[in-house]
Each structure stands twice: as structure tokens, then as C-alpha cells.
Design a protein around this ligand. Structure first.
Ligand SMILES: NC(=O)c1ccc[n+]([C@@H]2O[C@H](COP(=O)([O-])OP(=O)(O)OC[C@H]3O[C@@H](n4cnc5c(N)ncnc54)[C@H](OP(=O)(O)O)[C@@H]3O)[C@@H](O)[C@H]2O)c1
Length: 347
């Protein structure tokens, strides 16, 4: 039975992965490691895991040799921690899926957008042993054999899934992305700007025009990337989880609304987790709550000649732990949907 280990098992991404693994038919959970919360019972951090159903388990301290006994280790830690742990785990002989931004860019772009040098440039996108960018629907074959998978960011997942099939038919210099996220996107750390009293009843933009996910979207929107093309504005909305992204771009000359629908359906009709809705049917964030799904719909504004696509994901599932498990399933040759076969909620 293949084994998965987690570092960052006390974080929002880590506890969400444990929730998904609870219904996985074949993966065995090995080490579940944390830093300041090592020794804490899982139930104290994740009340959805009752003490009698695994929640009494105490989190492990980080031990690279013990972690490396697993077939794959998922890192749900800050990028600077992943920069240290991923090379050590790979050297110890295991495979790694990293939820952080540490390996999603080339080393120079990482340094420019994250404000610090890349300390494992061989594993960055331009390196000799480069990580595979794990947007599964668009990288399945590379993920299958990758020692290291850089799991995409939450906003980039919500943006790239609708954008990638349309890049050949839009004017890429005019792509505008406006997106909203629930507060779990910032992780479990306590911050004054994320208190319920501040967030409740409020919506605010942040990070524009230099949010790190701008560089990630540009880098992965086309082979070789798009240079200085994307205007990206994220917003914080008073929800626990969920992302809604609206992508607007001028259509190339002669491209019709039917062409747009055809491209999206061709890309995703055979995919288990990406659902193209009929034109005019706009997706709800709650419809993918807890699910590894992306729902999207496109419409063409004939007046301005622009295509408008809205997409929704759960930032903790398709935007983090769910896509990581999807990648793990592919890496280990398991059914890609194992542990992930649930839909969202309504109402
Ligand atoms: N939240 C999202 O929606 C989301 C989406 C996509 C990607 N991500 C990325 O996924 C990663 C985890 O995010 P998160 O939201 O789960 O963060 P989080 O809730 O803040 O959790 C961070 C985790 O990292 C652990 N950690 C911190 N320093 C460590 C160290 N030196 N050694 C080992 N473990 C350490 C923490 O352990 P202790 O609690 O024991 O200190 C905790 O388990 C981040 O890189 C984030 O950018 C998050």
C-alpha cells in the first residue's frame, strides 16, 4: 500500500489534505509533521476530525529520514521552508509535491517577485532538475514521472484553467483578471487584518499590481510565458473558503463566441474535475465548496469584442490540497479521482 507523508499537517492546507485522505481507498498516511504544533493532537487543530476517528493522533516533529520512507511527501509549508525541505527529501530518495510558491517560477523571477534569492535554483523552473508545474489537466504526463511537483497557487489555478485554452484566440496584452478569495487563502496564522470583526461585512482589494500570483499566471499562461501581459487584482471577501475569478480579454480578429465555447469544451469535456457551464450560467463558489472542482463559464461581449470568463474553485481543494492529491494519484499510478470524488454543496 503506497504511503503519503505531510509536512505542515497543522496548517489549513495540511488539515484539508488529511480530510481528503480519510476517504482515499489505497493511500496510507505516514508521518504527519509540523513545527510549533508538533506534539499537538490533530483534533485540537482540525475539529472536523473527531478524537475517535484519527483526531487523537499527535503531530510528528520534522524528521527527513522518517518522512523519506513515504512514497511521496506533500509540503504545506511557507516557501522559504520548502526551499530547504524539498532538496533534502529528494536527496533522501522520496518524491515531493510542494504547495508553496518555491518552485513555480524560474530562479530569477522568484527572486524578483518574492524579494529573496532562490536557494535551490536547480529545482526552479529553469534548473537542471526543474520541478513540474502541476496544473494536472495540462501537465499529466510530466507529473506522472516527476520527482518534484510544484502545485499551482490558488488564484493561478482559478485563472489558468479558463485562460489556457483561450490564449491562442485572445490579444494576450489585454488580459485583465479580477479575483476574490475567502480568508483561508492566507493560512491559519492570526493577523489583525483577518479578524472576523474586520473582515465581516467588508470587501477590499489588495496586492495589486504586484501580487506574486501575477508572475505565476504570466509564466504558465503559454509555453515560455507571457511577458508583462496580465493585470491581476485580488480581493478579500468575507467567506471562509472559495475563489471566484473573472478573466476578460479582447478576442483576436475573426474569433466567434462559438469558437470560444468549442475550445473550452474540447479542453475539458473529458476531465473529471473541470466543468464548463452553459453560456449565461455563472458559477457559484459554494457549488465547489469542499470539492476538487473548477466550474467555469464564458460569454462573449460582441459590443466590446471581449471574452469574459468566470471560474470558481475551493482555494483549499482544487487550489491546494485537492490538486496536490490529484497529482499524487497521477505520480503513483492510482485512479486520479481517488479520494476526490465529492461535489460541492447547495444551498
Ligand atoms: N491556504 C491556501 O488557500 C493555500 C492555497 C495554495 C497554496 N498555499 C500554500 O500552501 C502552503 C501552506 O499554506 P497554509 O494555508 O496551509 O498555511 P498555514 O495554515 O499557515 O500552515 C503553515 C504550516 O507550515 C508549518 N511550518 C511553518 N514553519 C515550518 C518549519 N520550519 N518546518 C516545518 N513546518 C513548518 C506550520 O506548522 P506549525 O503550525 O506547527 O507551526 C503549519 O503546519 C503555503 O506555502 C501557502 O502559500 C495555501
Amino acid at each position: 500500500m503506497p504511503t503519503i507523508a505531510i509536512v505542515g499537517a497543522s496548517g489549513f492546507g495540511g488539515t484539508e489534505l488529511l480530510r481528503l485522505l480519510d476517504r482515499h481507498p489505497t493511500l496510507r498516511v505516514g508521518q504527519v509533521a509540523a513545527a510549533s504544533n508538533a506534539g499537538t493532537a490533530l483534533h485540537e487543530l482540525a475539529p472536523n476530525v473527531p478524537p475517535g476517528a484519527g483526531g487523537a493522533r499527535r503531530l510528528d516533529a520534522v524528521d527527513v529520514a522518517a518522512l523519506a520512507e513515504a512514497d511521496v511527501v506533500v509540503l504545506g509549508v511557507p516557501d522559504e521552508v520548502a526551499l530547504e525541505l524539498a532538496p533534502a527529501l529528494l536527496a533522501a530518495g522520496t518524491r515531493v509535491v510542494d504547495l508553496s510558491g518555491a518552485f513555480r517560477l524560474d530562479a530569477a523571477t522568484y527572486a524578483a517577485w518574492y524579494g529573496r534569492p532562490h536557494t535551490a535554483p536547480e529545482l526552479a523552473l529553469d534548473g537542471d532538475a526543474a520541478a513540474v508545474y502541476g496544473l494536472t489537466e495540462h501537465a499529466r504526463e510530466q507529473v506522472r514521472t516527476a520527482p518534484l511537483v510544484a502545485n499551482p497557487g490558488c488564484y493561478p489555478t482559478a485563472t489558468l484553467l479558463p485562460l489556457l485554452p483561450l490564449v491562442p484566440v485572445v490579444e494576450t496584452a489585454g488580459v485583465v483578471v479580477s479575483a476574490m478569495s475567502g480568508t483561508s487563502g492566507a493560512g491559519r496564522s492570526v493577523r489583525p487584518d483577518l479578524q472576523a470583526a474586520v473582515v465581516h461585512g467588508d470587501v477590499v482589494a489588495y496586492g495589486a499590481p504586484s501580487h506574486r500570483h501575477t508572475a505565476e499566471i504570466e509564466r504558465h499562461a503559454a509555453p515560455g510565458g507571457l511577458a508583462d501581459a496580465i493585470v491581476f487584482t485580488p480581493h478579500l471577501v468575507p467567506m471562509s473558503r472559495g475563489i471566484l475569478a473573472t478573466i476578460s480579454a479582447p478576442l483576436a480578429s475573426g474569433v466567434t463566441a462559438a469558437d470560444v465555447q468549442e475550445r473550452l469544451h474540447a479542453a475539458y469535456d473529458d476531465e473529471p474535475f473541470v466543468h464548463v457551464l452553459p453560456e449565461g450560467d455563472f458559477p457559484h463558489t459554494k457549488a465547489v465548496h469542499g470539492a476538487n472542482s473548477c466550474q467555469l463559464s464564458a460569454t462573449v461581449d460582441g459590443r466590446t469584442g471581449r471574452v469574459l470568463v468566470t471560474s470558481v474553485i475551493d482555494n483549499l481543494v482544487k487550489g491546494a490540497a485537492g490538486q496536490a492529491l490529484q497529482n499524487v494519484n497521477v505520480m503513483l499510478g492510482l485512479d486520479e479521482t481517488a479520494g476526490l470524488d465529492v461535489i460541492g454543496v447547495h444551498p
